[in-house]
Write a protein that binds this ligand. Structure first.
Ligand code: COA
Ligand code: AMP
Length: 636
């Protein structure tokens, strides 16, 4: 590939998106071709491939069988926690997905109805997503690590006709019963689903509620296979809830047409895959990485995908990833840097890597959080393959910036996810929207329209979409990330501009946690910040001011606060520590100085904010943090 190939492709995508994406859309089977590639008739609500008709499930399964891939393995379920490896060919997938679609249909689920999937990493979960797509139903997968209240919020917003669940998830050696969480969520929710279909796993039996709950196996046995239902390119395929700046999550909508085109395009152009090869995203189907790169993109492209029910370490050892790559001939692995930090911590010399033949392995892609150069170098040196950081968000479904290795492998610069990907017209601006020169940190925004695959809106909430993403910088999408561009056009993503933190690659709202802490009977005021953590990148840390007259033990109060966040948001929040302080540092106008508190906790230098109300408070904060071991010396 000649130098400059990438830049030429990128320029074409920005100059002439209609031609660029029409060409990409040839990779998809259309029942009816689109009338317009980019429909800008209702700005700022841009739509892709209006008038087009297709079925996403058909493109992922049926057409591959018709094209002769029926005997190729589509899905490998690798579950060290249940000691299982199970393979499904495209033909077997077709049979199972068509039956599951029939099972949904029998429960009255039709095109446009919502189905919540609250399931662990089992093949039935992935097939259920496809079954929804097959009949035009809209799935919303909820990550298992969320608490019932979070699930209830999603039930109320999506108003599902049906919920699909399982008796339990397995976290390392622990069996986590899901059914009690589901029952509690339905009890909390205003909206009630008509039925729940529950997959009984041998590790735990769920008690079914007569009249509401159905046994998965029995329901599946009664079902007849059904065919694909054609849908409009602009119809919703799924809703995926993600943390916003409050405790109320945002329902990111994905459409059928633009999404299928983008997913298919990225497999070759970003990941440099060929149909028939094995691709592995070590994530969870509850996150966007799981949606895009465990489920949709690899199957749209005719690859074999891996559904891994395990952890990078402890299932059984830090060689788990290398075992899977070796055993299943994985060409490309995609995961979060935190997984590599976990492996590096247990096997710093990379001794487990040497036990496996990784000669077929081509590239490692990382995303979900900033990739620290230490982790990048460790992975590069031990694996001897390109390690590619790429930056994206739930909202976009695929990389906003990345090294498009299938177009041209650009030099890797540690700390940068490389350049803006085709379709994304990225700008760095100050708070007034003025473009900043190279090297200057500002808000990262993307000029509208966003490329295919990105969210067209929020579920039932056009106004919220405009408010959250488009209002602040008119004609631009606000990524809510801050960063800069260097003279070579490489982007550097430095921090969020809102209260979102990334804990082990999981996106969480500190505002949501503050809402929980504030509800404690003894708490007058609180703040939650993300502090640096050598494994998870960032973890939440709370500061609470107690109501006057509270004389209880601080330890007891902190324990209660930790339990409250676990109960209300879920274990995934990893909220484990807080301190009681007399007051919080604020500006004269009353704004809590969270950024300064974070700098103190991380041991970074800070400038005394000019607007601080009382500088002495910062000494109190430093002392309180010192008592619980902050700043830690072993984090960057
Ligand atoms: N169902 C129920 N509970 C879950 C869960 C699920 N699906 N997923 C996580 N949890 C729980 C965990 O058991 C843990 O509970 P605990 O506090 O009782 O121990 C808590 O949520 C936090 O989970 P996690 O952040 O995964 O921490 P961990 O210590 O179990 O594992 C890593 C740390 C780094 C090994 C793990 O985060 C990991 O593998 N990350 C890889 C990358 C990834 O998945 N990124 C997502 C986007 S790409
Ligand atoms: P999520 O929606 O869970 O995918 O989280 C998106 C957020 O994660 C982004 O807005 C960034 O803050 C962060 N993020 C994702 N990938 C990267 C990356 N490669 N580098 C830096 N930050 C990242």
């Amino acid at each position: 590939m000649t130098q400059g190939t990438f830049d030429a492709a990128y320029q074409q995508s920005i100059r002439d998106p209609n031609t660029f994406w029409a060409h990409a859309a040839e990779g998809i089977h259309w029942e009816r071709k689109w009338d317009r590639v980019l429909d800008d008739s209702r700005k700022p609500f841009y739509r892709w491939f209006t008038g087009g008709v297709l079925n996403t499930c058909y493109n992922m399964v049926d057409r591959h069988v018709k094209a002769g891939r029926g005997d190729q393995v589509a899905l490998i379920y690798d579950s060290p926690v249940t000691d299982t490896v199970k393979k499904f060919t495209y033909r077997e997938m077709l049979d199972e997905v068509a039956h599951l679609a029939g099972m949904l249909r029998r429960q009255g689920v039709a095109k446009g109805d919502r189905v919540i999937i609250y399931m662990p990493m089992v093949p039935e979960a992935l097939m259920a997503m496809l079954a929804c797509a097959r009949i035009g139903a809209i799935h919303s997968v909820v990550f298992g690590g969320f608490a019932p209240r979070e699930l209830a919020t999603r039930i109320n917003d999506a108003e599902p006709k049906l919920i699909l669940s399982a008796s339990c998830g397995i976290e390392g050696k622990r069996v986590i019963p899901y059914k009690p969480l589901l029952d509690e969520a339905i009890q909390l929710a205003k909206h009630k689903p008509q039925h729940c279909i529950v997959l009984q796993r041998p590790q735990a039996q769920a008690t079914l509620l007569a009249g509401r709950d159905l046994d998965w196996q029995a329901a599946r046995a009664d079902a007849q296979p059904v065919d694909c239902v054609p849908v409009a390119a602009t119809d919703p395929l799924y809703i995926l809830y993600t943390s916003g700046t409050t405790g109320v999550p945002k329902g990111v909508v994905r459409d059928h047409g633009g999404h299928a085109v983008a997913m298919h395009w990225t497999m070759k152009n970003i990941y440099n895959m060929q149909p028939g090869e094995v691709y592995w995203a070590a994530s969870d189907i509850g996150w966007v990485v799981g949606h895009s790169y465990i489920v949709y993109a690899p199957l749209l492209y005719g690859c074999t995908t891996i559904l891994y029910e395990g952890k990078p370490v402890g299932t059984p050892d830090p060689g788990a990833f290398w075992r899977v790559i070796n055993q299943h001939n994985v060409k490309v692995l995609f995961t979060a840097p935190t997984a590599f930090r976990a492996i590096k911590r247990e096997d710093p010399e990379g001794n487990y890597i040497k036990k496996y033949d990784l000669s077929g392995f081509r590239a490692l892609f990382l995303a979900g959080e900033r990739c620290d150069p230490d982790t990048l170098h460790w992975a590069q040196q031990r694996l001897g393959v390109p390690v590619i950081d790429h930056w994206w968000q739930t909202e976009t479904a695929w990389a906003i910036a990345g090294n498009c290795t299938g177009i041209e492998l650009l030099p890797v610069k540690p700390g940068s996810p490389t350049k803006a990907a085709p379709g994304y017209d990225v700008h760095i601006v100050d708070e007034t929207g003025q473009e900043l020169p190279n090297g200057k940190i500002g808000s990262i925004v993307v000029k509208l329209p966003l490329p295919p695959g990105c969210l067209p809106t929020l579920w039932n909430n056009d106004e919220g979409f405009v408010e959250s993403y488009l209002r602040e910088f008119p004609s631009y999408y606000k990524t809510a990330d801050a960063g800069y561009r260097d003279d070579d056009g490489y982007l550097y993503i430095m921090a969020r501009t809102d209260d979102i933190i990334n804990v082990a690659g999981h996106r969480l709202s500190t505002g949501g946690m503050e809402e929980v802490l504030a509800a404690h009977k003894d708490v007058a005021e609180c703040a939650v910040i993300g502090v640096a953590d050598d494994l998870k990148g960032e973890i939440p840390f709370g500061f609470v001011v107690l109501k006057a007259g509270v004389k209880r033990s601080y330890d007891d109060i902190v324990k209660e606060l930790v339990q409250m966040v676990r109960d209300k948001i879920g274990p995934v929040a990893a909220f484990k520590s807080a301190v009681v302080v007399d007051r919080l540092p604020k500006t004269r106008s009353g704004k809590i100085l969270r950024g300064t508190m974070k700098k103190i906790a991380d041991g970074n230098e800070f400038r005394m904010p000019a607007t601080i109300d009382d500088p002495a408070i910062l000494d109190e904060i430093t002392t309180a943090l010192g008592k619980v071991g902050y700043p830690k010396s072993n984090v960057e």
